[in-house]
Design a binder for this molecule. Structure first.
Ligand code: FEO
Ligand code: CA
Ligand code: CA
Ligand code: CA
Length: 604
């Protein structure tokens, strides 16, 4: 208690006790509202939620499944309004046997009806919709002028160095410049000109058929194909393009960063190939002092890398349209960490260094289509599954979450790239860690485009009371405040870092939301703010500019069974049917909003 008082974190809410049950939990003096559930209407003509009647047409008018990336954008555009805004939300994946009562994990692929398959394909992608606050409650504006659903059938353009490449051509698109749909939309980011970047985080498991028939087996292997787990939506049954044998290039048209203009519902989203092809987790933007835009990205797999893209040209704050194709030209780089506290960004440019024509990199298209192999040749630092990236707007520092890597090896064991390194110091690393990256220039002139940064470990996750965890938090961290498996990161208007976890969390707690200072006496002293229902992941906290509301995505509730942490295989078997708790009704991934009853800023 004395140490705690001396540590003086800036947050004063009453910390929760660790809990793991069918419901969610928030601090006393706060209220939690369910704002949008899977199946809720987003348009005036949306049908009511009814899994028994769900088909593609209905799902295209409703909030999708498994919401992950979440961002509140004030309306009118460019304002700082905190009671009327646009919600930009991604729907990462769907689990048919937790959506439809008659299906189970063992037989759903054969049993799904065409309507169910089309409903699933329309329930992933993104939702964009207006929200308004009145009488302290938020609600969806169903006739909002910007409301839009994007899904596996939405037409998109392909731009940048790989556009038009032979490897992106298909029967339906003989010029390699148009693709239908986006898949596995994980986290993302917002550009300075107010477009949404969505990371496609691995799509191969949506495809059916025999991957050994694909033309480039080296690339298939480098992308980490898992033959146990394919055709997860049954899409190959109704659309031949999702069968490898019939359309061997279709899978190459996913796993990019997609740019979407939320202020123009008729606009065509664009896959920006200059940002590379890998399992994109997010795309956090910053602006260098000279006006060039820098996008930070994690490749969320064990031993994969951190990337950065710097635009060739500065952005134009006075002419939004002038930034339309800014992300098509620039430099993609990969991170290499040194033990002296420095790190460098190594440019991935065809023809430079080891990226020769002989090595398979004759053009920039070769580089972006095979980004991981190019990064391998440059000697990038393999990370422990890098996910959330956030730029702290007050200090100019960046925070990066490595979720965990059970396969990380101690020094001297196995392959060199799998051994511990300065930036991933524990082998194995079952609990994850956060790094702090410091660009040169200081808080006001942070040069996010600089060739090298400094770096430090911010926290090593785990239980501080268990020596073998090797955790590193502020010594005054409470028995409730430590965490594991950090995924999404956000910064609130007061400058506090919010950490959302994506388990499997240790005994006694479900995935949760923690608040931690990055500076001052409370640096690295996290406090437990919110706990999600069993089986769900907490995603992407996002704040109104006044700090009074925080929106959080609760993804895949009930996906784990309550008793034993095994994957649920049917609705009857799921860990919870949150948030409606109606018997025999599936759990519904939902967007929630938390606020303080006295209307002060959340987290303070
Ligand atoms: Fe979609 Fe990296 O979690
Ligand atoms: Ca997720
Ligand atoms: Ca994630
Ligand atoms: Ca994750």
């Amino acid at each position: 208690e004395t140490a705690r008082a001396a540590a003086a974190p800036t947050s004063t809410f009453t910390e929760l006790a660790r809990v793991r049950d069918k419901d969610d939990h928030w601090p006393t003096g706060y209220s939690r509202q369910i704002l949008a559930r899977w199946g809720d209407g987003l348009f005036a003509d949306s049908p009511d939620f009814d899994p028994a009647k769900l088909d593609g047409k209905a799902a295209e008018r409703q909030f999708g499944y498994n919401n992950d990336f979440t961002h509140y954008m004030p309306l009118p555009p460019g304002s700082t309004g905190s009671e009327h805004g646009l919600m930009l939300v991604s729907h990462e994946y769907a689990t048919p046997f937790l959506m439809f009562p008659e299906l189970t994990a063992d037989d759903y692929r054969e049993k799904m009806t065409e309507d169910q398959i089309r409903a699933v394909m329309a329930s992933v992608g993104l939702s964009i919709f207006e929200v308004k606050k009145a009488n302290r409650r938020w609600e969806i504006v169903r006739d909002g002028q910007y409301n839009r659903r994007i899904h596996m059938g939405t037409e998109m353009a392909i731009s940048g160095p790989a556009a038009g490449d032979d490897r992106l051509k298909t029967k339906a698109d003989p010029v390699g410049r148009t693709v239908f749909g986006t898949i596995s939309n994980c986290n993302g980011g917002i550009t300075p000109w107010g477009t949404l970047l969505s990371g496609e985080e691995g799509s191969m498991d949506v495809f059916a058929g025999d991957f050994t028939t694909l033309p480039n087996q080296e690339l298939v292997e480098r992308q980490g194909w898992d033959e146990e787990d394919n055709d997860i939506y049954g899409a190959g049954r109704i659309e031949p393009r999702f069968r490898f044998e019939e359309e061997p290039n279709e899978w190459m048209r996913f796993d990019w960063v997609v740019e979407i203009d939320p202020l123009d519902p008729a606009s065509k989203p664009v896959k920006r190939t200059a940002l590379g092809r890998f399992t994109h987790e997010g795309a956090q933007c910053a602006v260098a002092p000279d006006g060039r835009v820098v996008v930070f990205m994690g490749d969320d797999d064990d031993f994969e890398y951190l990337y950065r893209f710097v635009t060739r040209d500065p952005w134009n704050p006075n002419d939004r349209a002038a930034n339309r194709d800014l992300l098509d030209n620039g430099t993609l780089s990969v991170a290499k960490f040194e033990s002296d506290g420095t790190m460098s960004w190594l440019p991935l440019i065809a023809g430079e260094g080891p990226l020769t024509a002989e090595a398979g990199f004759a053009s920039q298209a070769d580089v972006v289509l095979n980004t991981r192999a190019a990064a391998d040749l440059l000697g990038a630092t393999p990370m422990d599954a890098p996910e959330g990236f956030v730029v702290h707007p007050k200090t100019g520092k960046l925070y990066v979450a490595m979720t965990e890597n059970e396969d990380r090896l101690p020094a001297g064991e196995g392959d060199a790239e799998e051994q511990v390194n300065p930036a991933n110091p524990r082998g194995p690393n079952p609990h994850g860690h956060l790094l702090e990256l410091v660009p040169p220039g200081g808080p006001d002139k942070a040069d996010f485009a600089a060739a090298s940064f400094r770096w430090d470990v911010f926290v090593l996750c785990g239980n501080p009371a268990v020596a073998e965890d090797g955790a590193l938090f502020h010594p005054a961290t409470s028995v409730n405040g430590w965490f594991t498996d950090p995924d999404n990161l956000s910064v609130d208007p007061a400058g506090r870092l919010w950490v959302a976890t994506d388990g499997p969390p240790p005994e006694g707690i479900a995935d949760a939301l923690f608040v931690v200072d990055t500076e001052g006496e409370g640096r690295a002293l996290p406090r437990l703010f919110y706990v999600a229902p069993v089986g769900s992941e907490c995603c992407s906290p996002t704040f109104t500019p006044d700090g009074r509301s925080v929106f959080v995505s609760i993804q895949h509730p009930g996906e784990l069974r309550f008793e034993d942490d095994e994957d649920a295989s049917s609705i009857a078997d799921a860990g919870t049917n949150w948030p409606d708790f109606k018997e025999a009704q599936p759990a519904r991934p939902s967007l929630i909003v938390l606020s303080r009853d006295d209307s002060a800023a959340v987290g303070s």
